[in-house]
Design a protein around this ligand. Structure first.
Ligand code: PMP
Length: 425
């Protein structure tokens, strides 16, 4: 029996000592009611909340969990290095080894710099592009997420117009709008930023068209600007190389994070030869950026990426989920929009402008032990099995019946708050 008394009590205590009770992407404020805010443990494909309820976790920590929570080999490498030395007065040799491995795996990359969060890597990309070109303007896709620094955080509170100066926006996959943005940048273009796929929240996901990706490359080459692909979320989930290897386009810089050490804190910026000196001449650093234990975990993760069939398996599991959900939806009189690559699925209901069906369905799934997200892309991890997917499909069928029996529902009131999200980028 699902209960949440411990979660409720933690939330009450959090209200007193944590601003807003919780902040950032892990606040459950905009999720269906009763989604657990606090968790006590995770293993493989599963997650247990503070009340001990168990879930098959389709959020994977918002991306870091690729091979399963607490992966034995990765964690053994981490722990062994932790005991030898982690945050020291200088980096360990593992930093060189990790840079060698990542540059040999990612075809556009000749060098690597390591940091902690995805935002560190995207911010370094921005600085390196400006340092390389001695120009200011960055062209970005409207609505794309590149992190939470003042130049890119989606909520403008606490930022100034100056923090976001020299930015021009285009529509993802729309070649004309990209060309128009580059034209507007004139002779001041430092970089074009692109997400590897369109994986914005609340809207359908899109693969990049080859025309768009190639045009972005050409426009950068014509202007002497750098092409940046932000692979923080999708990196190594779509390919064993840069995600744009799928469309045959090589960026100059790519930002990585999340899955690269299966959840241990490390991110990376990879770059092409021509940007090497620009990388060497910015000042970027952090107390924990050189810690050795996450690098040991990343090296083990790279080995699994190279040597296992995790990619093919997560793709096949994603397809199985997608097909089964479509069938279950049809059986119950619903139609879903399942967009994005099957291993990074976003699932919304057709004909659900107020998201009420999606919220009711996700809540019914959650209370039955399946953790889905109503408006953010989800993640398939390599620890999931066909039995997990089939169980999910049975639960989904039941959850569709709950929504059907509930009849018409009002729009989700808490989403009205989205009015305060940035609407002009
Ligand atoms: N870029 C993308 C595409 C992301 O998905 C994220 C994190 N969701 C970031 C950058 C920022 O990463 P972090 O939260 O680790 O700073």
């Amino acid at each position: 029996m699902w209960t949440n008394s411990e979660d409720k009590s933690l939330r009450e205590r959090a209200e007193a000592v944590i601003p807003g009770g919780m902040y950032g992407h892990q606040s459950v404020r905009l999720l269906p009611d009763d989604y657990p805010q606090f968790f006590e443990r995770a293993s493989g494909a599963y997650l247990w909340d503070a009340d001990g309820n168990k879930y098959i976790d389709y959020m994977c920590g918002y991306g870091p969990n690729l091979f399963g929570y607490g992966h034995e080999g990765i964690d053994a490498a981490y722990i062994a290095q932790l005991k030898k030395g982690d945050t020291m007065t200088g980096p360990s040799g593992l930093m060189v080894e990790l840079a060698e491995q990542m540059t040999s795996m990612v075809s556009h990359a000749d060098w690597a710099m390591f940091c902690k969060n995805g935002t560190d890597a995207t911010t370094m990309a921005l600085m390196i592009a400006r340092n390389f070109t001695r120009k200011k303007t960055i062209v970005l896709a409207k609505g794309a997420y590149h992190g939470a620094a003042p130049w890119c955080t989606p909520l403008k509170n606490g930022t100034t117009p100056n923090d976001r100066a020299n930015q021009i926006f285009y529509t993802y996959n729309d070649v004309e709008s990209l060309e128009a943005a580059v034209k507007e940048a004139g002779d001041d273009l430092a970089a074009i930023f692109a997400a590897p796929i369109k994986h914005d929240t609340f809207i359908d996901q899109e693969d990049p068209t080859p025309e768009y990706a190639r045009r972005a490359r050409e426009l950068c080459d014509e202007a002497g600007a750098l092409l940046v692909v932000d692979d923080v979320r999708a990196g190594f989930r779509l390919a064993r190389d840069s995600s744009w290897s799928r469309v045959g386009v090589k960026p100059d810089l790519s930002s990585w994070g999340k899955a690269i050490a299966n959840g241990h804190p490390i991110s990376a910026l990879l770059g092409a030869e021509k940007a090497r000196n620009a990388g060497a001449t910015i000042y970027a650093t952090g107390s924990y950026w050189f810690s050795a234990a996450p690098m040991a975990a990343a090296i083990e993760t790279m080995k699994l990426i190279r040597e296992t069939d995790y990619l093919e398996r997560t793709q096949a599991l994603g397809q199985r989920l997608r097909k089964g959900l479509d069938e279950a939806a049809n059986r119950n009189g619903f139609a879903l929009r399942q967009t994005g690559p099957a291993e990074l699925p976003l699932i919304m209901f057709n004909d659900d402008p107020g998201l009420s069906k999606g919220y009711a369905w996700n809540q019914a799934l959650m209370k039955r032990g399946v953790y889905f997200h109503p408006w953010h892309n989800m993640f398939i991890c390599a620890a999931m099995t066909e039995a997990d997917i089939d169980h999910t499909l049975d639960v989904a069928d039941e959850a569709f019946r709950v929504v059907r029996d509930a009849g018409p529902l009002p729009p989700v009131e808490k989403l009205a708050i989205l009015g305060i999200l940035a609407d002009d980028n």
